[in-house]
Ligand binder design. Structure first.
Ligand SMILES: *Cc1c(COP(=O)(O)O)cnc(C)c1O
Length: 349
């Protein structure tokens, strides 16, 4: 089976972990600091703070921006459940703005009407690695006194209008094994705001020096050692994903709607997601029978899950019932891609 996601761990990661184990310093220490420096240099953000997961990054970024009880956060309903859960972890309520059918991302033109006196932040998601339309969101946030916190858990190395994701607002990354780079479990908050960075640093460590109410969301030096090596390889990983996405687009674009890249943005191809409508189940079955681990992300969408039920999100509903993601990761070969194209073409003929 060609899997939908495949962590790529080499001898460099193994050697780095061995060195940490030999050092005896296993918890958050020098390697975490080194990983943070490398990640802030890579993204161009002034600060990067490592935590134990992408969800922890979202949770602490929201808290650091003052999201708390009775706050509302406007976000995308078409995402992984963690996006909304992180808001609830703060005692706050997610409010969903529908997505654009072409980009899978929150539609900025629908955001303003959802703002109330309780709204504290806008939280766009760069779904599948495709940068959300940040400029209009930033404009609304500046006018209305709101924070922008990006769920960049699928967007390592993506670029929006010439700027790396992570360098423009507070942004949250995940290093789960399915992501473009991994530390096993792990996360990172990037920001240019020194106060936000300090708050996240304090909150990840039991709230020490900050009222003593916090969490143990630390990353270990073992994870950071893997992350340092993975980050060195990220651009090569992403180049391989880009090549695969190009081959998939070339082979499929006359047959099914394929994902596109907006002008001036660089997709990092976390997923390559096509739209199949009512043909999805038959195509999925054909792909699985051919040994291709295609997957559906995300059906149900967040607003169709019990605590988050919201109606009137038409595009998110339609996409949820239509999308299918194909393996696009660096271990996917040209032969695999030829097979996917053939299976999909036959299933749709
Ligand atoms: C992976 C992911 C998360 C959560 O990251 P974890 O490291 O699994 O906690 C949040 N949001 C999105 C969009 C993700 O893809």
């Amino acid at each position: 089976m060609i899997s939908i996601a495949q962590p790529i761990i080499g001898k460099e990661e193994r050697a780095a972990v061995d060195a940490v184990l030999a050092s005896g310093n296993l918890a958050q220490g020098a390697k975490v600091a080194e990983f943070e420096e490398a990640f802030s240099a890579y993204t161009g953000a002034d600060h990067a703070v490592a935590v134990s997961s992408g969800t922890a990054a979202l949770h602490l970024a929201l808290l650091a921006h003052g999201v708390g009880h009775s706050s509302q956060v406007i976000t995308s309903p078409f995402s992984f459940i963690s996006t909304a859960n992180a808001v609830v972890h703060c005692g706050a309520t997610p409010v969903f703005a529908d997505v654009k059918a072409e980009t899978f991302n929150m539609d900025p033109s629908l955001v303003e009407e959802l703002i109330t006196p309780f709204t504290k932040a806008l939280m766009p998601v760069h779904l599948y690695g495709n940068p959300a339309d940040l400029d209009p969101l930033k404009d609304i946030a500046l006018r209305r006194g709101l924070a922008v916190i990006e769920d960049a858990c699928q967007a390592h190395g993506a670029i929006y209008r010439g700027q790396k994701i992570g360098s423009m607002n507070t942004a949250c990354f995940s290093f789960y094994p399915s992501k473009n780079m991994t530390t096993g479990e792990g996360g990172m908050v990037t920001t240019d705001d020194a106060e936000i960075a300090l708050a996240v640093r304090q909150l990840r460590q039991h709230g020490m020096n900050r009222g003593n109410i916090g969490f143990n969301y630390r990353m270990t030096d073992i994870q950071a050692a893997i992350g340092i090596e993975q980050l060195k390889k990220l651009d090569n990983f992403n180049a391989a994903r880009r090549k695969n996405a190009g081959l998939l687009s070339d082979g499929l674009s006359g047959i099914v709607p394929c994902p596109t890249e907006a002008e001036g943005t660089t997709h990092c191809w976390h997923q390559f997601t096509i739209k199949l409508g009512s043909k999805r189940q038959s195509v999925l079955t054909a792909l699985h029978e051919a040994g291709i681990g295609a997957r559906v992300y995300y059906d149900p969408p967040i607003h169709r899950v019990n605590p988050y039920f919201t109606s009137g999100l038409k595009n998110a509903d339609e996409l949820a019932s239509s999308v299918l993601s194909l393996p696009v990761h660096p271990d996917v070969t040209e032969e695999d891609i030829a097979k996917m194209i053939e299976v999909i073409s036959c299933a749709l003929a």
